[in-house]
Ligand binder design. Structure first.
Ligand SMILES: Cc1cc2nc3c(=O)[nH]c(=O)nc-3n(C[C@H](O)[C@H](O)[C@H](O)COP(=O)(O)O)c2cc1C
Length: 175
């Protein structure tokens, strides 16, 4: 039990953004397992306000990539999970967005647990309406929260960069 807990804590702490991928198919069971972890994320009033477009088709990926300066990363990986907030399910903007963060982080952790790499592209939000239109979704109802680029890690290019974090002392107070 103790070691399982440690495995989970180490998994959380070792997740990192991956931006170099080898283009290779990811099977549908693996994609399903990643989405399944998103599905169990917490949300205010259990509203589950998420909607995901799963993209592996190169033409669709190109249309998404065109909306971001990180288009090269988006196109280089096999899979894009394009994540929207469904305003018809949501009820409070702050809480809905917090739920979406939990949803996305759960999927990032699942990706890491599966030995795959991923990065959350938020820069594309500057063109969020255009991305909704790529999927023929109403931008009023479906608001883009990010694109998760998921793929096999290119170990030759992914360098072991030192990861920086503020210390606990910098942001906690005990009472
Ligand atoms: C809301 C959000 C938006 C992000 N947008 C981008 C992005 O557009 N491009 C990118 O390369 N990384 C993006 N990232 C990844 C962050 O740069 C990364 O999480 C941060 O530098 C910490 O590094 P780590 O994920 O490796 O721990 C984003 C992360 C979050 C949470």
């Amino acid at each position: 039990m103790e070691s399982k807990t440690n495995d989970l804590l180490n998994l959380i702490k070792s997740r990192r953004s991956v931006r170099n991928f080898v283009y290779k198919k990811i099977d549908n069971d693996t994609i399903g397992a990643i989405l399944e972890c998103g599905r169990w994320a917490p949300s205010g009033r259990n509203s589950q306000p998420w909607k995901v477009c799963i993209v592996s088709h190169p033409t669709v990926k190109r249309l998404v990539a065109e909306q971001s300066k990180y288009g090269g990363i988006i196109e280089s990986a096999y899979l894009n999970l394009v994540v929207f907030l469904d305003h018809e399910r949501g009820y409070d903007r702050s809480k809905d967005i917090l739920a979406m963060g939990a949803f996305i982080e759960n999927m990032l952790l699942a990706t890491h647990a599966k030995g795959l790499g991923a990065v959350w592209i938020g820069e594309i939000l500057k063109n969020k309406e255009k991305v909704s239109e790529v999927f023929k979704l109403s931008p009023e109802r479906f608001e883009l929260m990010g694109v998760l680029v998921v793929g096999l890690i290119d170990l030759a290019l992914e360098k072991k960069e030192k990861r920086e974090r503020r210390t606990l002392e910098e942001f906690i107070d005990w009472f």
